[in-house]
Write a protein that binds this ligand. Sequence first.
Ligand code: NCD
Ligand code: ZN
Length: 347
Amino acid sequence: MKLIITQPNDYHVHFRDGDMLKSVVPHTSGHFGKAIVMPNLVPPVVNAEMASAYKDRIMAAVGADVDFQPLMTLYLTEETTKEDIDLAAESGCVHAVKLYPAGATTNSQSGVRDVTKVYPILEHMAKRGLILCVHGEVTDHEIDIFDREAVFIEKILAPLREKIPDLKIVMEHITTKNGRDYVQQSTKNLAATITTHHLMINRNHMLVGGIKPHYYCLPIVKREEHRLALVEAAISADPRFFLGTDTAPHVDGHKENACGCAGVFNAMNTMSCLAEVFDEHDALDKLEAFAALNGDLYYGLPHNQKKMSLIKKEKAVVFPEKIQVADECVTVFDPVRPLYWNVEDVG
Ligand code: NCD
Ligand code: ZN
């Protein structure tokens, strides 16, 4: 069986920098036409000049004959100025600004402690037409890690949207039915990305029979009912839901550790995983909307000209367990089930 779709985009990736960047970028640029690139480097990407220099480093890692457009983001801090926003809006390379609640995830220590402090900047972004991407989790110690997304919606996101209704927001990597329902109930200026792994695994995969550090990511994977709610949203073709893989590589030494890092590296097998899930739900005809079209519509960008063909094989496709990064390894996402779909061609 063969499926041909418009070349997809990844509306949420972590490329890192240095040797890691060189090793992981080709896995994204080989399949996807565009990608929203997260700014959580050390130090973070906080202005258009840094974003443009980072874009150049990414482009140097993309193969010479490959068409790929990195869509850059800025890291919002309590020091971000209106001038930073103006320069970003005029840069042509910055497409969104990312809000990390301080302490929420990898390299978020420079993030925002009190969101009301950045309201004037968010109002200015709304005027300049820059999208806000949010990591939707509170960081209060007394809130259970499995409830942090739901509490974020109630305590941070709902008041913010009421105060600044003209700001276009993407709730990144939603992981719960609450997140899905909240986006479905909105009437404007709200969309959400969904990751590959949150469509495939639940918290049992991470915790039953021994702890699996390579399934640890943030927001953390939840119960099966939440995974099913995300699958329903992804296969619905509702334009408010689109792919953001959240591919977030860490070397094995940082994952298989007494205090392991959060992040799943799925750039290489995402399209095979998605085709499998959509096929299982008789929704292959909706894969293009989710992976290639909806994100463009929300970001106001043209669709890719190229097509991707995927083929369903008789025998399961085998992906490498790891990739090499300098003298270390990064483990590839194991989707727990055999994958029969494979990307045949992009052109
Ligand atoms: C991301 C990372 O490692 O940069 N980790 C993750 O678990 N998703 C950060 C993020 O997107 O939260
Ligand atoms: Zn991420």
